[in-house]
Unconditional design. Structure first.
Length: 217
């Protein structure tokens, strides 16, 4: 499973990139707002660092303007994936931009039927939002399973980009189901390393190193 980082904070991306943990980046208008940066400037800076797909979202709601915005965003770098919402106009823009040869990430997906439409419109990525489904008392992971089944039934090549990931369990469940990509905030990616038995075991080893006076350098 590929790891995308869900942030527009350049320093946080750079830190994970140094460790080889960044297969791509996703941003959205809320993340751009949080960064306090200009969308074009920060997106260019991220694309200069990261080789994989960098999603940048359109701001318009009508297809024609989405297409113009998408072409402008795609002009920033070759690894831009233009992000469009899962609306009828978004699907129209997806078809045109993907026919142009651009990567397209169709976002705000909350049903397998929506994911089916996005695949038929030529989406490179479909972004089902797990956490926001959990937030309303349903099971976001069922959506990932359903999309996996539907896409595999018909051989769609659209990649499932599991989004709105909030926990380490979300990451593991996505990997079990076979999501192609998961995108998570840097804090969630970093928390994957944590395990109490690792901490406990290391504390014992350090005590024994101290007691025995073990030295390597
Ligand atoms: C990614 O593409 C989405 O914009 C993001 O994962 C949404 O996450 P949130 O529901 O935590 O805002």
């Amino acid at each position: 499973m590929k790891f995308f980082v869900d942030t527009a904070e350049f320093d946080a991306i750079a830190e994970l990139h140094e460790l080889g943990m960044v297969d791509g980046v996703t941003t959205n208008p809320s993340l751009i707002k949080k960064s306090g940066r200009d969308i074009l400037d920060v997106t260019k800076q991220i694309c200069d660092l990261v080789d994989g797909p960098v999603s940048a979202e359109v701001t318009a709601t009508d297809a024609d303007t989405m297409i113009s915005e998408g072409r402008k965003l795609a002009g920033i770098a070759e690894n831009i994936a233009v992000k469009v919402p899962l609306t009828w106009d978004g699907l129209k823009a997806c078809k045109v931009l993907s026919d142009d040869g651009h990567m397209v990430n169709v976002t705000l997906c909350f049903s397998a039927n929506q994911a089916l439409l996005a695949a038929k419109a030529g989406a490179t990525f479909i972004s089902p939002f797990i956490g926001r489904i959990d937030d309303i008392g349903l099971d976001g992971m069922e959506l990932i399973e359903d999309i996996r089944t539907v896409y595999d039934n018909y051989g769609f090549e659209t990649q499932i980009l599991a989004a709105s990931i909030r926990s380490v369990n979300h990451v593991l469940d996505c990997a079990r189901i076979g999501a192609d990509v998961m995108t998570a905030p840097p804090a969630v990616i970093k928390s994957l390393v944590n395990h109490p038995l690792t901490d406990k075991g290391l504390a014992t080893f350090l005590a024994d190193i101290d007691a025995a006076g073990i030295k390597i350098l």
